[in-house]
Design a protein around this ligand. Structure first.
Ligand SMILES: [Zn+2]
Length: 482
């Protein structure tokens, strides 16, 4: 408060417009932040408000440069073989491991090899989105060509819009590397992938990045199949009743249905590899009262998270019900002590369902593809019990055993990771809450939605994921790219 008073006193003799004119001219700094806050508390004209917005946008760029520096300070300026600092940075940023991989790589690039971008951000010359676009646009180029492209576009970047700078960058790439289109395509092709993002209303997005010709192949196949399905459904309905009013199914919906149909066929293959002793199927978990329609608790779709009980109940008739073995009163197996290192299948089912994913916060690796870690090691007297077992993905399991990280239980019974740097990261209790799993029923559904498709137009939009170097841990990325 003393500082705020001093700032107001010093600024008292200047109008907001005078102060803002100075702030728009000079590179952003700590001083700019303080002065912009002070000006913002005044009564401003419409012109002042517009100028203040322009100042704050430059401060946003400056702030991003500071965050980049902080990321590099935690994660290191270059990747190491283990790169555990990246995981610490992910937890500090409250990001998924997958998203943090791209974010850390971006910071390292902007503060390292393409340091001109970091400097332009800090000077408020590049907007935050422009800095992202520029790194992405040169990502498939060799180091020297990338540096030449950046050096060529930065001098004219101040004051440009995001689209203008993208165009200027494309022109510079062609001018500097006119023969490199083929090699750029080869590099970009290495980044082809399928990603999955949760969406509201029990929906999810599957986003596929492919070479253009292969993407066209996929789309045309789905489109042709969708047109045939619509025509056949219509013909069948009219054959049964020539006066029938055939419900409209949009092409968008029919293409999506065709893709699901193909996927269901694949999951029916009995030769697919198993995970945690079970076939690869969708798993829905819900409480018994919920299954019986006596309660409306959220159900859980493995990988996705909570789904509405109505939709879960519609899925269940297609699946094989299995009571999770969770109740100690009934004598079901939850602790085999030191009699066996590998847990019995019932215990595996319980722990995998309880943890849902790797238990390190932000890691979305599905539990069924994780290791079952004995938190207190078996060789040190740890029991093979649901209490002592936790799902850790291969990376974070290794981090615990070789990276200096520890997983401890507090005196209140909470699980906490302690990083090599000594920072504490509590395990998200929601994902390991046994009260939900206790007495629950789970059902493996043979790869389908038993949910009737609702006719109607769907705007597929043109939303694209953030390009980022990915680990094979990716399943759902819980940080949507949009
Ligand atoms: Zn993990």
């Amino acid at each position: 408060m003393v500082m705020r008073g001093a700032v107001e006193t010093v600024l008292g003799s200047f109008t907001a417009a005078e102060i803002l004119a100075v702030l728009e001219e000079e590179p952003p700094s700590e001083r700019t932040v303080i002065l912009a806050c002070a000006v913002g508390r005044r009564t401003l004209t419409a012109n002042d408000k517009a100028a203040l917005l322009a100042v704050w946008v430059r401060i946003e760029s400056w702030t991003l440069a500071q965050v980049d520096k902080a990321i590099v300070a935690v994660a290191g300026s270059t990747p190491t073989p283990d790169d555990w600092g990246k995981d610490e940075a992910a937890l500090c940023m409250r990001m998924s491991t997958v998203s943090a991989t791209g974010r850390v790589a971006m910071a390292r690039t902007r503060q390292g090899q393409l340091g001109g971008i970091g400097a332009a951000l800090e000077a408020g010359i590049l907007l935050t989105g422009q800095a992202f676009d520029l790194v992405t646009a040169v990502g498939s180029l060799s180091d020297d060509i990338a540096e030449a492209v950046v050096a060529s576009v930065l001098p004219g970047a101040d004051g440009t819009t995001r689209a203008e700078l993208r165009k200027a960058t494309s022109k510079a790439v062609i001018a500097i590397d006119p023969d490199g289109a083929a090699s750029r395509h080869v590099a970009a092709k290495r980044d082809r992938r399928v990603r999955l993002y949760p969406a509201p209303d029990n929906m999810a997005d599957v986003i596929v990045t492919l070479p253009a010709s292969e993407a066209e192949t996929v789309f045309r196949a789905l489109d042709a199949r969708a047109r045939r399905d619509i025509a056949q459904a219509r013909a069948a309905a009219l054959a049964a009743d020539p006066t029938a009013v055939v419900p409209h199914v949009s092409l968008d919906n029919a293409r999506a249905d065709a893709l699901v149909d193909w996927a269901q066929t694949q999951l029916a293959d009995p030769d697919l590899p198993r995970a945690q002793g079970r076939r690869v199927e969708l798993r829905v978990t819900m409480t018994l009262p919920c299954l019986l329609g006596l309660a409306e608790h959220p159900a859980y779709l493995e990988g996705y998270g909570p789904i509405s009980p109505d939709i879960a109940r519609e899925l269940l008739p297609e699946g094989r019900l299995r009571r999770l073995v969770t109740d100690p009163v009934t004598g079901h197996l939850l602790d085999v002590g030191q009699t066996s290192y590998p847990p019995p299948q019932a215990m595996v089912d319980f722990v995998v369902t309880r943890d849902a994913t790797c238990i390190l916060r932000g890691c979305s690796r599905p539990a069924r593809h994780c290791d079952l870690d004995h938190r207190v090691e078996f060789s040190h007297g740890g029991s093979t019990s649901s209490e002592n077992l936790a799902c850790l993905c291969e990376r974070h399991h290794t981090m615990k055993h070789k990276g200096g990280w520890r997983l401890v239980t507090t005196r209140f019974g909470d699980l906490v990771f302690i990083s090599a740097a000594g920072r504490r990261y509590p395990v998200d209790r929601e994902s390991v809450d046994p009260s939900f799993v206790r007495g629950a029923v789970c059902s493996d559904v043979q790869g389908g939605s038993g949910v009737p498709h609702v006719p109607g137009e769907v705007d597929t939009g043109s939303r694209l994921p953030s390009p980022s170097p990915l680990s094979s841990d990716a399943h759902y990325d819980m940080d949507p790219p949009f």
